[in-house]
Every structure is written in structure tokens, then in C-alpha cells.
Design a protein around this ligand. Structure first.
Ligand SMILES: *Cc1c(COP(=O)(O)O)cnc(C)c1O
Length: 392
């Protein structure tokens, strides 16, 4: 617990810390599956919920609770429930809050596994999803039905950095008795706090920037205390639990999150500006650029553009692959949110399950390249991309 009114950089380092009797400065890790009670009466009170305290690590672990409390304070949420991965967090949101016969409206530009989960798995259990444009609010309105319970969006989207108007979507959802969930993976609470913009639920893949060093998987769902009760009940019953070790790594990751996010963002902006001037490069898509089609909206809901830049090579897929293969520093991997910069060809990797027609409709061309800017010296990254562009 910590005083109200502290700033994010302080919360990232200090919020949620609970010390044991040893008064360790860095938080302890609790590698135990269960906890003992001092009496039969205490055990009964813990199980009855009349006394707070840990019971069993599927649903209570002091290290996991510290991570949840710190992230909750950063997002300005009443409650956070941690999960074993981002996908487990998304599954728990639907399983914990919805039932068969209810309907989801989701952005078409969301994480590939989220599309599969909603369409192919939850669809089999009677929760239907309609996919719509992330930017055209009229499509959301038209897709909404009396049984619509959930709107689901990512902003900025991957890989095109399209921006959804979170406040407008929240208003529309509420007018129809639905909740708005925002997957805030790309921005983190350091750059964007969706709950302040009217969203009801924030979802994280902690695997990305919250860890920040590509070490562990984790996820989280955040929102109002009452709303999170269903999400917590799913966790407690079904068990997609964040491990004690991963919780500890993520707790430490949060401490450097503000510094890292500012550095990722500053580096991405500089590289995006530089890329705009390079021969062979067509569109550069980065929310922090004045040329981004939704720059004003992005800057009204984010404090900076984030760490992801997409750009098109006029030479198409061959040029994109030659550029990628010529890079010696940027890692060829689909992951993001790491200290190490990564480079991806979405059309042949993350978005290869779409048909060519779907990709064209979504604007994901064969010449599109996505980079997630890490924390290396920008001069070295620029030199690496320069070598790539010369080869393209
Ligand atoms: C990676 C990712 C996920 C899934 O998270 P995992 O931790 O890999 O399960 C969900 N949403 C977005 C935007 C992601 O980038």
C-alpha cells in the first residue's frame, strides 16, 4: 500500500511492496504451493473469506499480489488479476464475464491468437464475435446487437499502428449495456491509461513491455473491483495462474518500465523520422509522426508514440526480406517489447494465416516491415537499417 497522489515513476518502483519479518529491501519470492494456518478457526475464516490471507497458490501468492497491486496502481484500476500469459488473461475475461448466447464486437486488427480464440474456440461455446474496423465507429454501431456484452480493441494496432478512439468506443459500448476491453500491450500504463478514457477493462500480455527483457510469460486483467470478481473466480477455479517466479520477474520489470517506455518511444520517433527520408521507403506508420493519419487522436490518448514502427518498402516482399536478412543487430523475431530491437515481416509471419485478399483489405502489404525499437544505441540501429536498405 502506498499514499495516493504519487507519480507513475514512483509507483512503478514502490507500489505494492509488502515485506516479510526479515525486512528485505528487494521483494521476496514465495516458492510455495500452500500456506499454513495458526489454528483450525483461522483456516475456516480464510476459506470463508472473513479473514484476508493466503490459502493456496493457485489463487493467492504474496508475490503475485504485489505484482497485481503495483500494476493496478499504475493503470489507476481498483483491482488487477494476474494470469500465466496474455492469452490466458483474454480467455479469463470472456469466461469470467460472459455466457453462451452473448456476443462480442472486436477490432479486426487484434493479435492473431486473440482472433483464433474468439472465433474458433469461444465460438464453439456459443459466444459469437463480429469483427469490425478499428477506426470506423459506424461499423461498431452497426455490429452491436441486443446481446452484445463486450467490445474488444487494441490501440495502437499491430502492425499498422491504427488508433481506435477509446472514449468514443466506451460511450457507444455503455449506451448498449456492453463493456469496453482494451488490450494495452503496446502502450502500457506509462503511455496510455484506457480506464481514464472510459474503458471498463484493461488487458495485458505482461510478456512484452511489462517484463521488458524477453524472459517470462504473464498476463493481467484490470478494472473495477466488482467486475474483476468474475475474472478472479475463473482464475481460482480453472487455474491459469501466474507462477511465483514469473510474478517476481515481472514485479522487477515494472520498476524500470517508465524509463524503458520513454527510451523505446524516443528511439522509435527518431528512427521513424529518419526512415521517412530514406530512398526505397514508402509509407512510414508511427503514431508520433505528424504524417500519421490519426496523429491528433493518438496524441490525445497517448503521451507518446510507443516503440513500434511499421514501414513499407517500395520493392515489395523481395526487398523486405533482403533488408531483414542484411540486418546484423536487429533480431529476426516476431516478439516485441524487449531491450533488443526486433524486425518482422508481418505478411509472411504474424499475419500469414490471413488470405492474401484479407491482407490487402487490412492494408498489410508484402513490402511491410515492422520494427520494435529496443534500447541499443540509435546510431548502431540506424547503421544496421542503412545496411539493410542498401541491400534491399
Ligand atoms: C503477445 C500478445 C498477446 C498474447 O500474450 P501472450 O503473453 O503471448 O499469451 C496478446 N495481445 C497482444 C497485443 C500481444 O502482443
Amino acid at each position: 500500500m502506498i499514499d495516493e497522489g504519487l507519480h507513475p515513476d514512483t509507483l512503478a518502483v514502490r507500489a505494492g511492496t509488502v515485506r516479510t519479518a526479515f525486512q528485505e529491501h528487494s521483494e521476496a519470492m514465495f516458492l510455495t504451493s500452500s500456506f499454513v494456518f495458526s489454528s483450525a478457526a483461522e483456516a475456516a475464516a480464510r476459506f470463508a473469506g472473513t479473514e484476508a490471507g493466503p490459502i493456496y497458490a493457485r489463487f493467492t501468492n504474496p508475490g503475485v499480489s504485489m505484482f497485481e497491486e503495483r500494476l493496478a496502481q499504475l493503470e489507476g484500476a481498483q483491482r488487477c488479476v494476474a494470469f500465466s500469459s496474455g492469452m490466458a488473461a483474454i480467455l479469463a475475461t470472456v469466461m469470467g464475464l460472459m455466457k453462451a448466447g452473448e456476443h462480442v464486437v472486436a477490432s479486426r486488427s487484434i493479435f492473431g491468437s486473440t482472433v483464433q480464440l474468439l472465433q474458433n474456440i469461444l465460438g464453439r461455446f456459443g459466444v459469437e464475435t463480429t469483427f469490425v474496423s478499428p477506426t470506423d465507429i459506424a461499423e461498431w454501431r452497426a455490429a452491436t446487437r441486443p446481446n452484445t456484452r463486450l467490445y474488444f480493441v487494441e490501440s495502437p494496432s499491430n502492425p499498422l499502428t491504427e488508433i481506435s478512439d477509446i472514449r468514443a468506443l466506451a460511450d457507444l459500448a455503455h449506451a448498449h449495456g456492453a463493456w469496453l476491453a482494451v488490450d494495452n500491450c503496446f502502450c502500457t500504463p506509462i503511455l496510455q491509461r484506457p480506464l481514464e478514457l472510459g474503458a471498463d477493462i484493461v488487458i495485458h500480455s505482461a510478456t512484452k513491455y511489462l517484463d521488458g527483457q524477453g524472459r517470462v510469460l504473464g498476463g493481467a486483467v484490470l478494472g473495477a473491483r466488482d467486475l474483476m470478481e468474475g475474472v478472479y473466480t475463473f482464475l481460482r477455479t480453472a487455474g491459469p495462474t501466474l507462477s511465483a517466479f514469473n510474478a517476481w520477474v515481472l514485479l522487477k520489470g515494472l520498476e524500470t518500465l517508465p524509463v524503458r517506455m520513454r527510451a523505446h518511444s524516443a528511439g522509435a520517433l527518431e528512427l521513424a523520422r529518419w526512415l521517412q527520408e530514406q530512398p526505397g521507403v514508402g509509407r512510414v506508420l508511427y503514431p508520433g509522426l505528424a504524417s500519421h493519419p490519426q496523429h491528433a487522436l493518438a496524441m490525445s490518448q497517448q503521451s507518446s508514440g510507443g516503440g513500434i514502427v511499421a514501414f513499407e518498402l517500395t520493392g515489395g516482399r523481395e526487398a523486405a526480406w533482403r533488408l531483414i536478412d542484411a540486418c546484423r543487430i536487429l533480431s529476426i523475431t516476431a516478439n516485441l517489447g524487449d531491450t533488443r530491437s526486433t524486425i518482422t515481416h508481418p505478411a509472411s509471419t504474424t499475419h500469414s494465416r490471413m488470405t492474401p485478399e484479407q491482407r490487402v483489405a487490412a492494408g498489410i502489404g508484402d513490402g511491410l516491415v515492422r520494427i520494435a525499437v529496443g534500447l541499443e544505441d540509435l546510431r548502431d540501429l540506424r547503421a544496421d537499417l542503412e545496411r539493410g536498405l542498401a541491400a534491399a
